[in-house]
Write a protein that binds this ligand. Structure first.
Ligand code: SF4
Length: 178
């Protein structure tokens, strides 16, 4: 895992390396049973080089705390490791260049369950759209269980979603056996 982090930190495989401040390889337990994957770093993440550290990150930490887990006991990362300018969606070619890092992280961690955070990460990994319909359901991702989850930012925008998000996180916990 450390090797992957070092490679990401010096990566210039796609043009996102031109505009990033810090690459964000991801962080957490390298033996985690739960792996959470977002779309890409935002402004705060780019500044700090850490995933989900803004207000959405605070909600993510709270959702994990509610199921008895700290951030240190899961692994949190993104589909692309460098911030797309102005938070635009990552382009297909950027995802294609970056995805081998994610695949290697999954291979190294061997999580029991993967949670994709939001529509974009979900579509990238399993090609399914419409998070409001598919959140909390089980899908297969290369032989592993994957559960689409609302992006934490959705819970900030619409606090009424929080009970649903908590239910989905409970499912993650049940599947992981934690
Ligand atoms: S987004 Fe991924 S492929 Fe592109 S420069 Fe960053 S680490 Fe490399």
């Amino acid at each position: 895992m450390e090797d992957i982090g070092s490679e990401v930190r010096s990566c210039t495989l796609c043009t996102l390396s031109d505009s990033r401040t810090n690459p964000v390889p991801g962080e957490g337990d390298p033996d985690a049973d739960i792996m959470l994957i977002g779309e890409g770093p935002g402004k705060n993440e780019d500044e700090q080089g850490r995933p989900f550290v803004g207000r959405a990150g605070e909600l993510l930490t709270e959702l994990l705390r509610n199921i008895g887990l700290s951030r240190e006991r899961v692994f949190i990362t993104n589909v692309v490791k460098c911030r797309p300018p102005n938070n635009r969606d990552p382009k297909k070619e950027e995802i294609k260049k970056c995805q081998p890092y994610l695949n290697r992280q999954i291979e190294a961690i061997q999580p029991e369950v993967i949670g994709t955070l939001g529509n974009h990460a979900t579509e990238t990994l399993i090609g399914e759209k419409g998070i409001s319909k598919i959140h909390g359901k089980e899908f297969d991702y290369e032989g592993r269980i994957l559960i689409p989850l609302y992006h934490p930012a959705a819970g900030l925008y619409n606090p009424n979603l929080k009970p649903t998000m908590e239910k989905d996180f409970n499912k993650l916990k049940d599947i992981s056996g934690k």
